[in-house]
Structure formats: structure tokens, C-alpha cells
Design a protein around this ligand. Structure first.
Ligand code: FES
Length: 110
């Protein structure tokens, strides 16, 4: 069973600007891009660096320290130095317009 937790409203998420949230102690980077919202584990798989401080481009988030980019849909790195994926989580949007709620479940990786 997966429990979805409200983490933000849609209006709080700026396009291509990651927002760090926590769900049950799990740090998550929320990214709104290309009309969708993604949730990816906020710590790079290469070292202890917050991915939400990186840049978003082409549905990927770049680790600012050494430049590996992680696909927001799969968590897979595009290239070295990171070799391991980071978890990604399912996102649900409830409601309409800017007040719509963004929900994430960390009990189930997508
Ligand atoms: S810490 Fe992220 S690529 Fe090295």
C-alpha cells in the first residue's frame, strides 16, 4: 500500500526550480517541468550532495558538484561520476489550478 502525503501546492513550485521537501524523514526534490511534477530522492548517489541545489534541464536534474545528471522519470544517471540511480517516487496532483495539491508517496518507488 502506498500512502500519498501532501507536500506542496502547485503554485509553490516554480517551473524548473527544484524544491526540497521531506516526507517521513526522506529528503525529496520536487521538480515541476514540462507540465509535470516529479519527485526524486534529494541526495546524489555519488556523494552526500543535495540535488535540489542543481539545475533542471531536459527532464533531468544535474548534481552541481560533479555534473552527473539524473533522469527525473527513472532516477538513472546520464554519465559519470555517478553510476547508481537515485530513487524516484510517484506523484499525484489533486484538484485544479494553482491551488491543486501535490502529493508524494515514499512507501513505493515508481
Ligand atoms: S556528488 Fe553528485 S556527481 Fe559527485
Amino acid at each position: 500500500m502506498s500512502a500519498f502525503v501532501r507536500v506542496a501546492s502547485l503554485a509553490e513550485l516554480e517551473e524548473d526550480t527544484p524544491k526540497r521537501v521531506e516526507v517521513d524523514g526522506t529528503p525529496i526534490s520536487l521538480v515541476r517541468t514540462a507540465g509535470e511534477v516529479f519527485a526524486i530522492y534529494d541526495i546524489c548517489s555519488h556523494a552526500n550532495v543535495s540535488l535540489s541545489e542543481g539545475e533542471v534541464e531536459d527532464c533531468a536534474i544535474e548534481c552541481w558538484l560533479h555534473g552527473s545528471s539524473f533522469d527525473l522519470r527513472t532516477g538513472k544517471p546520464s554519465g559519470l561520476p555517478a553510476t547508481q540511480p537515485v530513487p524516484v517516487y510517484p506523484v499525484k496532483i489533486e484538484g485544479e489550478g494553482p491551488d491543486a495539491a501535490v502529493l508524494v508517496s515514499v512507501t513505493q518507488e515508481s
